[in-house]
Design a protein around this ligand. Structure first.
Ligand SMILES: *[C@@H]1O[C@H](CO)[C@@H](O)[C@H](O)[C@H]1NC(C)=O
Ligand SMILES: *[C@@H]1O[C@H](CO)[C@@H](O)[C@H](O)[C@H]1NC(C)=O
Length: 167
C-alpha cells in the first residue's frame, strides 16, 4: 500500500506534467496560426517642419494610422505591443529608426482600429537630414503570449517623403 503522501506526490507530478504538455501544445498550436495583419498610414498634414537651434531637423505630422491586427490574437495571446517607426537612411547611418507612436492592444476586439493623431514622440533627426527625405513608416508588433515564446514582426510601408522646405 502506498502512503497518502506518496499518492499526493504522484498526483502532483502528474498534474505538473499535464500542465507542461498543455503549455507545449498551446504554443505549438499558436505557431501554426499564420496571421495576416494589415496596416496603413496616411500622412494627413505636416503641422510644422523646422531646423531647431541645436541644428537638428524636427517635424510634426498628423497621421491616420489604421490597422487590423485581429489575426494576431489567439486564445493564447495575452496582449500585443505595437509601435510605428519612421525609418530612413542618412550618409552616417544606413538605418535611422524613430518611434512616432505606440500602443498596447489588450484584446482582439481592440485590434482593429484607426486613430487620427500627431506623432506622440518627437520625429527629430540627429542632424539636418530631413528636407526632402524619403522614409518608410513601419508598423512593428510584439505578441506576448500567455505561455510560450514572444514573437515580433512588422509591416513596412515605403514611399513617404518630407517637404523640401521648412514651414
Ligand atoms: C482613417 O482611416 C480609416 C480607414 O481607412 C477611415 O475609415 C477613417 O475615416 C480615416 N479617418 C480620417 C480622420 O481620415
Ligand atoms: C524602406 O523600404 C524599402 C522597401 O521595402 C526597402 O528597400 C528600404 O531598405 C527601406 N528603407 C529603410 C531605411 O529601411
Amino acid at each position: 500500500m502506498h502512503s497518502y503522501g506518496y499518492r499526493a506526490n504522484a498526483l502532483l507530478t502528474f498534474a505538473v506534467t499535464l500542465l507542461a504538455v498543455m503549455c507545449a501544445m498551446a504554443s505549438l498550436s499558436d505557431n501554426r496560426n499564420s496571421p495576416s495583419p494589415f496596416a496603413h498610414v496616411q500622412v494627413l498634414n505636416v503641422n510644422w517642419f523646422q531646423n531647431q537651434p541645436s541644428g537638428a531637423d524636427e517635424v510634426s505630422m498628423a497621421m491616420n494610422i489604421s490597422a487590423d491586427l485581429q489575426s494576431l490574437f489567439t486564445w493564447n495571446t495575452k496582449q500585443v505591443f505595437v509601435f510605428l517607426a519612421a525609418e530612413y537612411e542618412t550618409p552616417k547611418n544606413s538605418l535611422n529608426q524613430i518611434s512616432l507612436w505606440d500602443g498596447i492592444i489588450p484584446s482582439k476586439e481592440h485590434a482593429k482600429f484607426w486613430i487620427h493623431t500627431s506623432n506622440k514622440y518627437r520625429f527629430i533627426d540627429q542632424g539636418s537630414n530631413l528636407r526632402g527625405k524619403e522614409f518608410n513608416l513601419t508598423m512593428h508588433w510584439h505578441v506576448m503570449p500567455k505561455t510560450g515564446k514572444m514573437f515580433a514582426d512588422k509591416i513596412v510601408m515605403p514611399g513617404y517623403r518630407l517637404p523640401e522646405k521648412y514651414r
